[in-house]
Design a protein around this ligand. Structure first.
Ligand SMILES: [Zn+2]
Ligand SMILES: [Zn+2]
Length: 269
C-alpha cells in the first residue's frame, strides 16, 4: 500500500496530491485546487513568484494605462530579449551569492498562476534557505519578491518538451514550464564570475579571520608583556619599552608588583 502511494505520488493516478503542483510548483487552480498542494518545509529549489516582467503582460498593462486596444500593441522582440538577458544576469549574480546554482529557470508562460516565475535550484538546501530568508519581502525592479520553497527538483519533469523542441500548440497558456532560452556561453561566464566572487569573498573572510586572530594574539602578547613589566621594578616610557624589549630581558629579574601608568597606556595604544 505504502509502496503504491509512493509510486503514484504526484501523478495523474494520485487522487490526493496535485500532480501539477508537485511537478511544476504551480497549479492553475491555486488555493481552490481539489487536490493537495504539499508545500515543502525545505528544498534546494526556491521559487520567486511573478518576478520577471513578461513583455506580453507589460505591453498589455501599458495599453491599459494609455487606453489603447491591447491587441494593437506591438512588442519589440529584440529589446525584450535584451531586457530578459539583463534580468537573467541580475538574478543569477544575486542568487549565486547564497551558493552554487544548479539550475536557474525563467518561465515564458502567460497563465496567471505561473507568469514571470523564476525557479532557482541550488546545490544544497542551506543555500536555498539563506536565499529565501534574505530575498523574501525585498524589492526588485519595483516588485516585492514573494519567495517560497518549491517541490520542483527534476526540471525534466517540469518543462514542456514541445516548447523546447520549438513549438508548443498550447502556446503561453501551457501548464508545463516554458523555460526561456539562455545561451550556454552566457551561463558559463556567469558561473565563472560568481565563482570568482565567491573566492574573493572567501579570501576576504579568511583575511578578516586572520586579522582577528593576529589582534587576539597581539592583545594576549600585550597582556603578557604587561604582566612581565609589572613583574619588573623598572618603568619605561611607552616608546622606550618597546624598543628596549630585547635589552630589558636580562634585567627582568627583580620581581615587583607595581604597575607603571605608562605600561597601561602602552596596552591601549
Ligand atoms: Zn493543484
Ligand atoms: Zn507547452
Amino acid at each position: 500500500m505504502a509502496e503504491r502511494l509512493a509510486r503514484i505520488h504526484g501523478t495523474e493516478e494520485d487522487k490526493v496530491n496535485c500532480p501539477f503542483y508537485f511537478k511544476i510548483g504551480a497549479c492553475r487552480h491555486g488555493d481552490r485546487c481539489s487536490r493537495v498542494h504539499n508545500h515543502p518545509a525545505f528544498s534546494p529549489t526556491i521559487l520567486i513568484k511573478h518576478i520577471y516582467r513578461h513583455p506580453v503582460r507589460e505591453a498589455e498593462l501599458r495599453a491599459l494605462a494609455s487606453g489603447q486596444d491591447q491587441k494593437t500593441v506591438s512588442i519589440d522582440q529584440e529589446k525584450a530579449n535584451e531586457d530578459f538577458l539583463v534580468f537573467f544576469e541580475d538574478m543569477f549574480m544575486e542568487l549565486s551569492k547564497f551558493g552554487r546554482i544548479e539550475f536557474l529557470s525563467v518561465c515564458d508562460n502567460l497563465g496567471d498562476h505561473i507568469i514571470g516565475h523564476v525557479y532557482c535550484k541550488f546545490e544544497d538546501e542551506d543555500s536555498a534557505a539563506d536565499a529565501l530568508n534574505v530575498m523574501n519581502g525585498r524589492y526588485y525592479d519595483g516588485k516585492k519578491m514573494e519567495v517560497e520553497f518549491s517541490p520542483v527538483i527534476d526540471f525534466r519533469e517540469a518543462r514542456c518538451r514541445d516548447f523546447d523542441e520549438g513549438g508548443c500548440a498550447r502556446g503561453g497558456f501551457c501548464n508545463f514550464m516554458h523555460i526561456k532560452y539562455v545561451p550556454i556561453p552566457l551561463i558559463r561566464s556567469l558561473e565563472e564570475d560568481s565563482e570568482y566572487e565567491r573566492m574573493r569573498e572567501q579570501d576576504e573572510r579568511r583575511r578578516d579571520r586572520d586579522r582577528d586572530k593576529r589582534k587576539r594574539r597581539r592583545s594576549s602578547r600585550d597582556r603578557d608583556r604587561k604582566r612581565h613589566r609589572r613583574d619588573r621594578s623598572y618603568s619605561y616610557s611607552s616608546d622606550e619599552s618597546s624598543r628596549s624589549r630585547g635589552r630589558s630581558h636580562s634585567r627582568s629579574r627583580s620581581y615587583s608588583r607595581s604597575a607603571s601608568p605608562s605600561s597601561r597606556q602602552d596596552v591601549q595604544g
